[in-house]
Design a protein around this ligand. Structure first.
Ligand SMILES: *Cc1c(COP(=O)(O)O)cnc(C)c1O
Length: 400
């Protein structure tokens, strides 16, 4: 790793040349208030004690680090460990961030939280956090996404949230984010915006990273206990980048190979993918400077992935920075590879992974086979696949 020695981000949210706060003037007071509050509460003993208790008794932490023996034997290379974020309450790592931000909102005296959601995963996590913290909740969701994910819409409503359809633009996630930002600008006196990944304007990339870093902190202790040494390789899928930075962060000072896996969709040449590093370039989008899928005039391109959670045109700024420092490598798995890994993990280990996580499993299978048997890989299993079973059946042409 090229060393920098500096602590990132700086106080304006820059990770090297990436990140920052590219927002309209009207949103600055909200971001500054949040930054101040976060910096205060992250050192507050009561806040941290409450958070640790909720992580334990509500989310179900710590999550196991499981040696996937059957998969390891089948591949015949490195030992493959799975960090079981799929066992978190509500089925994925997103709850780590949603619960922490809900608690923070309450401490800040807010009575209402809002969120954006694409497939509904982050909306459900935020609605859960709101129910727990006794806050009002409104979730913005593209109307096309609402049709595709009607079960999650119902789930959020059950949890007491108001789901507001966004019928402008692409009627999907990026328009939902714009609406949430608009709401926040108007209602910041009583409202906190729970952003769902390590992306957007400062302080979100830093704050979400910190809240997700519990994953790597646990995994580090667990692997030292199980193997008496650190792993050789860490692998995680990268949508906005929160589960991956959550795993990697505690290991950044160690000499460990780290691989982030983006959605290769139908392949880079097809243009139907969400591999921002393989197919994108530097740009500014939704509040920060990062890698972006855009055309030569800077128009944001459409994306595709079999997994909704990886299907986004940009990526968290810290990932761009760590890639530039050659600390983390980025690659991609195609839809087909992810679907194969989805089935493979299901029938070798009895664990149905989220399609997002299946991208990381696909890469682990490739990497493990060329590594010696004594080497160790940790794969972040960011979520469970119950939500994806119906879609996979459909892709396989099976009528349920
Ligand atoms: C949302 C989601 C992701 C992608 O988001 P990151 O912020 O990159 O972690 C990955 N896995 C699962 C299960 C998800 O729900």
């Amino acid at each position: 790793m090229k060393n920098t020695g500096e602590k990132v981000p700086d106080n304006k949210g820059h990770f090297g040349q990436y990140g920052g706060r590219f927002v309209p003037e009207t949103l600055m007071p909200a971001l500054i208030e949040l930054d101040k509050a976060y910096n205060k509460y992250k050192k507050d003993k009561n806040f941290l004690a409450e958070l640790v208790l909720l992580q334990k008794d509500y989310i179900g932490r710590q999550t196991p680090l499981y040696l996937a023996k059957n998969l390891t034997e089948l591949i015949g290379g490195a030992k493959i460990y799975l960090k079981r974020e799929d066992l978190c309450h509500t089925g994925a790592h997103k709850i780590n961030n949603a619960i922490a931000q809900s608690l923070l909102a309450k401490k800040m005296g807010k009575t209402r939280i809002i969120a954006e959601t694409g497939a509904g995963q982050h909306g459900v996590a935020t609605a859960t956090g709101a129910a727990l913290a006794g806050l009002q909740c409104e979730v913005y969701m593209g109307t096309d996404d609402m049709k595709r994910q009607s079960l999650n819409v119902f789930r959020m409503r059950l949890l007491g949230a108001k789901v507001t359809g966004v019928s402008i633009g692409s009627k999907t996630l990026k328009d939902a984010i714009n609406e949430a930002l608009r709401d926040w600008t108007a209602n910041v006196h009583n409202t906190h915006y729970v952003l769902g990944t390590a992306f957007g304007p400062h302080p979100y990339p830093m704050m979400v990273r910190d809240f997700q870093s519990v994953i790597g902190k646990e995994a580090r202790k667990q692997i030292l206990k199980a193997e008496g040494r650190l792993p050789d390789c860490l692998i995680a899928c990268v949508g906005g980048g929160s589960n991956s930075i959550g795993l990697f962060y505690a290991f950044l000072k160690d000499k460990i190979r780290m691989i982030g896996v983006e959605a290769g969709g139908h392949g880079i040449r097809s243009g139907k993918h969400a591999a921002r590093f393989a197919g994108g370039s530097i740009g500014v989008f939704q509040g920060c400077k990062s890698y972006l899928l855009q055309d030569k005039d800077g128009n944001v391109l459409g994306t595709h992935s079999v997994s909704a959670g990886l299907d986004y045109a940009s990526v968290g700024p810290e990932h761009c920075y760590l890639r530039e420092l050659e600390k983390i490598e980025y690659t991609y798995a195609t839809d087909k590879e992810a679907l194969n890994a989805f089935e493979l993990l299901s029938n070798t280990e009895g664990i149905i992974p989220a399609l997002e996580s299946a991208h990381a499993v696909a890469e682990a299978v490739k990497v493990a086979s060329s590594m010696p048997k004594k080497s160790i890989i940790i794969v972040n299993l960011s979520g469970r696949g119950d939500k994806d079973v119906e879609q996979v059946a459909k892709i396989k042409g099976i009528t349920l």
